[in-house]
Ligand binder design. Structure first.
Ligand code: NAD
Length: 398
């Protein structure tokens, strides 16, 4: 099949198997170009392992520290007639590359919020990974969650928690700057967003793993958050998603208490704003990212998911000094939040319009990275050639 991008709003409904493999290989090559991780993890579970920050969090321990990895995700396999999702092809490529280097790599495709997935992960850790894991990365981004006990479905919303909020945004289809007004969430919507994107499920995972006795002494766990500049606070930090991230921090404190008997550590890492499938759905953020990229690239500070996560592991999680902020969080968004970067972005934000957008923002960079998420625009991939949409993830029998 010849596969080309089909973009609908902020998603691309096709993905290129060879392009996704090339994207994964690019990230593996980056990790291999960096020093090996001293005292890095050896048996890792990544929840949300197929795209974005979670995929990078699987690649780094595998290729910097020789870790066995169990990756969990919710992706669509391809068939002879239809392409699968990018995360499916990414995981296929990751497993092939890892096993080629003699690393154990197994994947589970299903709903991470369910009891079944937790039980399956425990079985694999017990039976195939030597019985203990020393790192759990929690990197889910999901629009909904089914409560595993009650069956109730919760949906997250991207709204403010105050009144209406109007600001500039980017229409990524047209490449135009527009105004958007985001309404306030109801108390129920806030509660639902916390249920989906807060810390409850992270705690359920750690409890299930702890109860099963599969957490190693000195185990670490990390979940990801975002703060960003004031201009996005009404929609992010002070919005519904920000309330969920505050809940994640509460869970982190609970987990630190729980894990102390194992000399374990739980962290929330605040990461940089990046183009991922999750972030492209948030109003205002893609415009901010386009301006931010331009500024950070000019100053030689730009990083993608793999550079962020490599730095997180090497300089924070496994450096002996996680350099926590006053609220106890890891700040790998430190370069994004530098005063010189933020004041330049704020200045540009005031004046950005359709007339000057292409000069002051890196929309090309935004679009290129968006397409890369789905395996398009990768060097060395022949997009005119037939590719196999039914490419499978080796450890998952369909
Ligand atoms: P992403 O969309 O690239 O990845 C989401 C992952 O979750 C995928 O592997 C997907 O398969 C998996 N997933 C979703 N629902 C699932 C389910 N029900 N069961 C199993 N797996 C499921 O997202 P991302 O941007 O990498 O976000 C990961 C985390 O990083 C989120 O907590 C997000 O808030 C945080 N973060 C993102 C940014 C950013 O700018 N993208 C910045 C800072 C922090």
């Amino acid at each position: 099949m010849i596969v080309s991008p089909k973009i609908r709003g902020f998603i691309c409904t096709t993905a290129h198997p060879d392009g996704c493999a090339a994207h994964v290989q690019e990230q593996i090559d980056y990790v291999k170009s960096k020093p090996k991780l001293e005292n890095g993890p050896k048996n890792v579970l990544v929840i949300g392992a197929s795209t974005g920050y979670g995929l990078a969090s699987r690649i780094v321990p595998a290729f910097a520290s020789g870790a066995n990895t169990l990756g969990l995700f919710f992706e669509k396999p391809g068939s002879e007639k239809r392409t699968g999702s990018a995360g499916w092809y990414n995981s296929a490529a990751f497993e092939k590359a890892a096993t080629a280097e003699g690393l154990f790599a197994k994947s589970l495709n299903g709903d991470a919020f369910s009891h079944e997935m937790k039980a399956q992960a425990v079985d694999i850790i017990k039976n195939e990974m030597g019985g203990k894991i020393d790192l759990v990365v929690y990197s889910l981004a999901s629009p909904r969650r089914t409560d595993p006990d009650t069956g109730e479905v919760y949906k997250s919303v991207l709204k403010t928690t105050g009144g209406d909020y109007t600001n500039k945004t980017l229409n990524t289809d047209k490449g135009e700057v527009e105004e958007v007004t985001i309404g306030a969430a109801t108390p129920e919507e806030i509660e639902h967003t916390i249920k989906v994107m807060g810390g409850e499920d992270w705690e359920l995972w750690m409890n299930a793993l702890s109860d099963a006795g599969v957490l190693a002494d000195g185990v670490k766990t990390v979940a990801y958050s975002y703060i960003g500049p004031e201009l996005t606070w009404p929609i992010y930090t002070d919005g519904t998603i920000g309330q969920a991230k505050k809940d994640l921090e509460k869970s982190c404190a609970q987990l630190n208490e729980k894990l102390s008997s194992l000399n374990g550590e739980a962290y929330v890492s605040v990461n940089k704003a990046l183009v991922t499938q999750a972030s492209s759905a948030i109003p205002v953020v893609p415009l901010y990212i386009s301006i931010l990229y331009k500024e950070m690239k000019e100053k030689g500070l730009h990083e993608g998911c793999i550079e962020q996560i490599e730095r997180l592991f090497a300089d924070r999680l496994y450096s002996g000094d996680a350099k926590l902020d006053e609220a106890g969080r890891i700040r790998i968004d430190d370069w994004e939040m530098r005063d010189d970067i933020q004041s330049a972005v704020a200045e540009k934000w005031k004046t950005v319009s359709n007339e000057n957008f292409s000069e002051i923002a890196d929309f090309q960079g935004y679009q290129d990275e968006f397409l890369k998420l789905f395996g398009f625009g990768l060097e060395g991939v022949n997009y005119e050639a037939d590719t196999d949409p039914a490419t499978g993830v080796p450890s998952i029998a369909e």
